[in-house]
Ligand binder design. Structure first.
Ligand SMILES: Nc1ncnc2c1ncn2[C@@H]1O[C@H](COP(=O)(O)OP(=O)(O)OP(=O)(O)O)[C@@H](O)[C@H]1O
Ligand SMILES: [Mg+2]
Length: 507
């Protein structure tokens, strides 16, 4: 069985490969009601332990438990590594275990309680394409892949979420593309993240030209904005609400937001027992700045601003801006984008399922789609210099490095001057005019390498970095595999003493 699985911040969607069709898999909850998604949530039950998906929502309702909604969001924090824990029922649990637990529950639900349950042979493997936000830190990429494998999925590949949605666009709307208009911009506004990609399309061959995104901007922010507008409408001081009441208000705001259609004028929102009647116009007046932030984020993809200081498609090769992600279902989003970009703005008929469908297309060998993706974030290393007094920076992979085809390799060879190599790997959005990283810098991993042979096998953390004159010939080898995972090997070439790291593994 081949699937595309879109692990979302709020919802996980699954699409199946079925003889050239890519239907979305339906899940059944405890009541037997059908849903086109599996909720990306967990809850800790004092007796039953960790519950996931519909079971978690159900238990949260009946036993008044807290719903843990932040698993994927937590993965994108700059400080995350394999040891990072989440507090669950007062106990620290490694986040990768929580994610693997969630994915195991998802796998069980696919096999036992979904629209494709009857089609599984005994012990049939699930082969799946998976995705991460285009601007996911490398650790998130690594932990996501690891958790899927631990949950028993056979992972065919990891692509960037908007790249997958690009497949869905060309599968559905091939006629919008022609010899003059060869590019499409995917605008993906999810629950927790905004991603955009500029993709060049030639038949079924896709090449990501550039990406831009914000890992901390999504539909959740619209919910909080609506909650604040509701509070203001009834002149209620937010500080008088406890955490649980505020969470309930945000949940209610989310449902109200999802119910908005272009004709909706007013929303009724339950604020801690009092109904607030919120004019949609009031909500839009506040929320429009969130939409404008997404436009600002993706402006570089369009090639900057025109004479009036506006981002415009003008005579670019862009055939369309394709709106995907559940949060782009809010009518304000398409309206605001059309004000700016006109008729080349298209909404996906299945905004929330576009990525999953694209992943299923990518998993289907017979569809013949190919992808040249980009790393999206630069990767480099700070090292000690000048007797441990200074540091120097070396960019290893820039953000436009192509991934998704073969393993890509960079090699550096030199004779070090110091006793120890102290490598501090980072990822970043950009480099400045001095080739130093700027913007959203994420420390990735550290590696200490004893250049001086007498130090090998000792604890280097206590040894000061000193200049000691020319050392042995050293080789640094950096590899990015087709999934975008970076590996480093530092070797003393005279005797092959090597330290290796899969970055993300032991950050
Ligand atoms: N009809 C709708 N109108 C407005 N917003 C909607 C609608 N349906 C869903 N949403 C919003 O879409 C968001 C979820 O979108 P989606 O399922 O694409 O995100 P996700 O994949 O879980 O998150 P991410 O891609 O950020 O990891 C939520 O904020 C949800 O409230
Ligand atoms: Mg998504």
């Amino acid at each position: 069985m081949r699937l595309g699985i879109d692990l979302g911040t709020t919802r996980t969607l699954v699409a199946r490969v079925d003889r050239g069709n890519y239907p979305v898999v339906t899940f059944f909850d405890a009541e037997g009601d059908a849903h086109d998604h599996f909720p990306s949530v967990a809850a800790h039950h004092p007796e039953r332990g960790l519950l996931f998906g519909f079971l978690a929502l159900e238990a949260a309702r009946t036993d008044d438990l807290r719903v843990i909604r932040s698993i994927k969001r937590r993965l994108a924090y700059p400080d995350v590594n394999t040891q990072t824990t989440m507090s669950i029922g007062g106990q620290p649990v490694p986040i990768v275990d929580v994610l693997a637990g969630f994915l195991t529950a998802l796998r069980t639900a696919i096999i036992e309680q979904s629209s494709i349950t009857d089609e599984f042979g005994a012990d049939e493997d699930i082969e799946t394409m998976i995705a991460v936000p285009a601007h996911a830190p490398g650790v998130q990429r690594y932990l996501t892949l690891e958790a899927f494998r631990r949950a028993g999925f056979d992972v065919l590949g990891v692509v960037n979420e908007p790249s997958a949605a690009g497949f869905e666009y060309t599968h559905r709307q091939p006629r919008t593309l022609n010899s003059k208009r060869t590019q499409v911009i995917i605008y993906d506004l999810g629950g927790g993240t905004f991603d955009s990609s500029l993709i060049r399309v030639d038949g079924t061959a896709h090449e990501v030209l550039d990406t831009a995104g914000n890992n901390r901007l999504g539909g959740d922010d619209f919910d909080v904005t609506l909650a604040q507008v509701a509070l203001a409408t009834i002149k209620r001081d937010p500080n008088t609400l406890d955490v649980r009441s505020f969470e309930r208000l945000v949940d209610d705001s989310r449902s109200a937001k999802e119910s908005i259609n272009p004709q909706t004028r007013r929303l009724a929102i339950d604020v801690d027992g009092t109904y607030a009647t919120v004019p949609v116009a009031d909500f839009y007046a506040e929320a429009v700045s969130l939409v404008d932030r997404t436009v600002e984020t993706m402006t570089p993809l369009i090639g900057g601003l025109d004479d009036q200081g506006q981002a415009s498609l003008g005579d670019t090769e862009v055939a369309g801006i394709y709106l995907v992600g559940g949060a782009s279902g809010l009518p304000l989003v398409a309206r605001r984008l059309r004000e700016q970009f006109g008729r080349r703005v298209h909404r996906s008929p299945y905004p929330a399922a576009s990525t999953a469908i694209g992943l299923a297309i990518a998993a289907d060998e017979t569809a013949g789609f190919s992808l040249r993706d980009r790393l999206s974030r630069g990767f480099g290393v700070f090292r000690e210099a000048d007797d441990g007094q200074g540091i120097s920076f070396d960019q290893i992979f820039d953000r436009t490095t192509v991934t998704g085809e073969d393993t890509f390799e960079v090699i550096r060879r030199y004779r070090p001057q110091h006793n120890i190599g102290w490598f501090r790997f980072v990822e970043y959005a950009h480099v400045d005019s001095h080739d130093l990283p700027t913007g959203d810098i994420v420390p990735f991993a550290e590696l200490l390498f004893p250049y001086a042979r007498e130090l090998r096998g000792t604890d280097l953390t206590e040894v000061p970095v000193k200049r000691v004159g020319e050392g042995p010939m050293i080789e640094e080898r950096y590899l990015i595999d087709p999934h975008g995972i970076v590996e480093v090997h530092v070797t003393d070439l005279n005797n092959n003493y090597t330290i290796s790291r899969v970055l993300g593994e032991n950050a």
